[in-house]
Design a protein around this ligand. Structure first.
Ligand code: DQA
Length: 139
């Protein structure tokens, strides 16, 4: 099984960015741990701060991946284009967030990705990604 974890803007700063909200763990360390823990999965990772690059990456996933785990960061709440791309591709997509976006500011309550995604995991820190990985392993 091949999965892509696709992170959007500012998620390269995880571990140092607002640790009270996003925690202290950095993404690369977690990725190494998941790769060890779930050897049956080929786990690839892509991060970009640029909306168009996220769209390009989603478009080339067709036929290459069995699933995509996307945290589009703030683009979640603004990008009709990323929502459209998720709708346009056939690869199953799970939207994840480290924080519980519904518990935060109102502008974070809107997601242009959720209506197009197969599921949403939000509020479990790094475990949000792991729960999405487990979803693909178990389905
Ligand atoms: C986030 C939540 C977004 O609202 C925010 O803009 C992020 C991170 C999360 O993982 O909790 O960049 O997607």
């Amino acid at each position: 099984m091949k999965l892509l974890i696709l992170n959007g803007p500012n998620l390269n700063l995880i571990g140092s960015r607002e640790p009270d909200i996003y925690g202290n763990e950095d993404f690369e360390t977690m990725l190494t741990a998941w790769k060890k823990q779930y050897p049956q999965v080929e786990l690839n990772y892509f991060q970009s701060n640029i909306e168009g690059e996220i769209i390009d990456q989603l478009q080339v996933c067709e036929g290459k991946y069995d699933g995509i785990i996307i945290n589009a960061g703030a683009y979640t709440h603004t990008s009709i284009a990323i929502g459209d791309t998720v709708r346009a591709i056939k690869v199953p997509v799970i939207e994840v967030h480290l924080s519980n976006v519904m518990k935060r500011e109102e502008f974070r309550h809107v997601s242009y990705i959720s209506p197009a995604a197969d599921g949403v995991v939000s509020g479990f820190g790094m475990k949000s990604y792991e729960l999405a990985i487990l979803h693909f392993i178990n389905s």
